[in-house]
Ligand binder design. Structure first.
Ligand code: A5P
Length: 227
């Protein structure tokens, strides 16, 4: 039987949107799962007359939110985020994450760490026993001296690939580049995150540790929640 991944993502996103309350500042995630949460938040805002504002994690999300009728405020309001809803590329049993498949990891991490509540929405394929086994870790780096920065990162025990976009270097919303790093299974994510962030030229890494309050795993019939 084929899996309807879009339905799984939609069920996760729609469920997460139920946690939005009147008066909230809501962090809005990036990607193909977060888009369903944004759609539903927009619907609820109209139908229930909710007074909410969104802080987008990317320019793509900003456009999507405006289209859904959600008013947007800038990241300078990041100390006032009540709830953030975002997707993930991998989730481990401790609710640690790999993120950044969509290239928005820097803003996503700032917003995640400044939210009172952080809800992650995924389809079941994202649930893994150990991070890194099936998804390369995205690392945002300065666009100067990429090869030198890549060499330093490779010394930590990985192979790196610079992310491309239609034959050109991929650029994040912040004007930086992304290295996708194949570390294999990451057994000590805290140590790796620390070591990566000590390399000059590394802006941020896609390990989101100890930040998730709830994981909503959409399935074809509904969802499961894990706190
Ligand atoms: C964006 O940079 C990412 O962190 C996304 O949140 C993540 O890649 C999940 O995206 P999907 O919901 O599209 O799989």
């Amino acid at each position: 039987m084929s899996v309807d991944r879009s339905q799984q993502k939609k069920n996760a996103g729609y469920r997460a949107a139920e946690y939005v309350e009147d008066g909230m500042v809501v962090g809005l995630g990036t990607g193909s799962t977060a888009k369903y949460a944004i759609e539903k938040i927009g619907q609820r805002k109209k139908e229930e007359n909710l007074e909410i504002v969104g802080i987008p994690t990317s320019s793509e999300t900003e456009k999507r939110a405006k289209k859904a009728g959600i008013d947007i405020v800038e990241l300078d309001h990041a100390d006032k985020i009540d709830l953030t809803i975002d997707g993930a590329d991998e989730v481990d049993p401790n609710m640690n994450l790999i993120k950044g498949g969509g290239g928005a990891l820097l803003r996503e991490k700032i917003i995640a760490h400044n939210s009172r509540q952080y809800i992650v929405i995924v389809d079941p394929s994202k649930m893994v026993d150990v991070l890194g086994g099936s998804f390369d870790l995205p690392v945002e780096i300065l666009s100067l001296w990429q090869e030198g920065i890549a060499e330093q990162i490779e010394k930590l025990g990985c192979e790196t690939k610079i992310r491309m976009d239609n034959g050109k270097l991929y650029k994040t919303d912040n004007g930086n580049n992304i290295l996708d790093c194949d570390f294999g299974e990451i057994n000590d994510p805290e140590k790796l995150a620390e070591r990566l962030n000590c390399i000059p030229g590394v802006i941020e890494n896609g390990l989101f540790l100890d930040v998730s309050d709830k994981i909503i795993i959409g399935n074809e019939k509904g969802f499961e929640e894990k706190c």
